[in-house]
Design a protein around this ligand. Structure first.
Ligand code: NDP
Length: 245
């Protein structure tokens, strides 16, 4: 079984590094053309260049509605279509409930949830016309089980799950599938800062006794973008080494 995405164009937000980069690399390895997105155009172009000759860099802040609309138009102009949309970019502004500021709530909900909604609304127009589309939203296990100090982040990720299920129901008749991938602890800049002791404590809660890699997430996203996932929509795929079950 070989996944072949040649001829498809994928847009992955937040793909200059971390999980998004792993997703972009996995999609590119399956032959997809790629829009690599970050806030800074130079970083995005550099990342695109090192990922694939079929990748181009684009700048966008997913917290800003106008910026997302411009991004979708620019990617459609460059590649002619967006077949696969991966809403991966996400931010945190952690604090315990009583210290959480309205601004921290708004910033996280705007980037993580409204950003995905705006991108889906804009990109799904073309998918509807072509009667083919894959929307994959990157949530988190925190959106399923909650987490102390992350009310805003957990709400945004839980919101993504509700958004995805609704999109799946609304767009199924046009052959547009929408699913969620919910990672657990993945090796990124964030987890690299953890001490060895903190990692050991963490491993005791993970049956597979390791952190996930961006490629572990990318593999599931690439499967969901492929023809092998043609009968799957509205589902949540947890990629966490068995931590939450
Ligand atoms: P990182 O913070 O490591 O990567 C961030 C990426 O997003 C970079 O490419 C960055 O690009 C881009 N980015 C940041 N802010 C914005 C913005 N406002 N607009 C557009 N792009 C932006 O994130 P991770 O790889 O850790 O996480 C990716 C996703 O996975 C997030 O949605 C996160 O919530 C989720 N997740 C992560 C887990 C983990 O263990 N790391 C666990 C569960 C879920 P640049 O700096 O070039 O702008």
């Amino acid at each position: 079984m070989k996944i072949d995405l040649s001829g498809r164009t994928a847009l992955v937000t937040g793909s200059t590094r971390g999980i998004g980069r792993g997703i972009a690399e996995t999609l590119a390895a399956a032959g997809a053309r790629l829009a690599v997105v970050g806030r800074d155009i130079e970083r995005a172009e550099d990342a695109a260049q090192s990922i694939s000759s079929q990748a181009r860099g684009f700048a966008c802040d997913v917290g800003d509605v106008a910026s997302i609309t411009t991004l979708i138009e620019a990617v459609e102009k460059e590649f002619g279509a967006i077949d696969i949309l991966v809403n991966n970019a996400g931010i945190t502004r952690d604090n315990i409930l009583f210290r959480l500021k309205d601004d921290d709530w708004d910033a996280v909900l705007d980037a993580n949830l409204r950003g995905a909604f705006v991108a889906i609304r804009a990109a799904s127009r073309g998918m509807m016309k072509r009667r083919w589309g894959r929307i994959i939203n990157i949530a988190s296990v925190v959106g399923i089980v909650g987490n102390k100090g992350q009310a805003n982040y957990a709400a945004s990720k839980a919101g993504l799950i509700g958004l995805t299920k609704t999109v799946a129901k609304e767009l199924a008749s046009r052959n547009i599938l929408a699913n969620v991938v919910a990672p657990g602890f993945i090796e990124t800049d964030m987890t690299a800062a953890m001490t060895d002791d903190a990692k050991k404590t963490l491993y005791s809660q993970i049956p597979l006794e390791r952190l996930g890699t961006p490629k572990d997430v990318g593999g599931v996203v690439t499967f969901l973008a492929s023809e092998y996932a043609a009968y799957i929509t509205g589902q949540v795929f947890v990629v966490d080494g068995g931590m939450v079950m």
